[in-house]
Design a protein around this ligand. Sequence first.
Ligand SMILES: CC(C)(COP(=O)(O)OP(=O)(O)OC[C@H]1O[C@@H](n2cnc3c(N)ncnc32)[C@H](O)[C@@H]1OP(=O)(O)O)[C@@H](O)C(=O)NCCC(=O)NCCS
Length: 125
Amino acid sequence: MSHPKGDLALRTLAMPADTNPHGRIFGGWLLSQMDIAGSMTANKAISSKTVTVAVDGMKFHSPVHVGDVICCYGEVQRIGNTSVAVNVEAWVLRQFSGERFKVTEGLFSYVHIDDEGRPLAIPKS
Ligand SMILES: CC(C)(COP(=O)(O)OP(=O)(O)OC[C@H]1O[C@@H](n2cnc3c(N)ncnc32)[C@H](O)[C@@H]1OP(=O)(O)O)[C@@H](O)C(=O)NCCC(=O)NCCS
């Protein structure tokens, strides 16, 4: 049985307002939750603020339903000069059945910025 990689960064409930016109959860909503989770993971890793610069390698393996519990796990892959790469996995806990599985994952990249929004070197700890 596989397990999530990384630390739990966000846990939320898929609500009716998050659906697409076909009644399933909208992929863009899930991507947004993953970006929030990745951003919190990156900001915690460097103790500062970042913006999202790129999202790579995402595929949705299974649908998400209203009432599913979404858990997003973040794991820092690399800290560069100004950027932080975080692998984010989204897992679902299916309502009532207790079934748990990974829905998607992706590599989210964040850039440390100054007050003018320009890339800023990440202080070495
Ligand atoms: C993020 C931003 C400040 C970066 O500015 P930039 O001039 O493009 O940055 P650079 O080319 O100097 O690259 C900065 C870092 O980002 C990394 N980066 C740039 N493009 C990347 C990509 N497509 N994938 C992964 N990393 C990337 C670079 O490798 C570099 O990392 P390093 O310093 O650790 O080596 C600028 O692109 C920006 O403001 N983008 C919009 C951000 C935003 O608003 N996000 C939310 C969208 S709603």
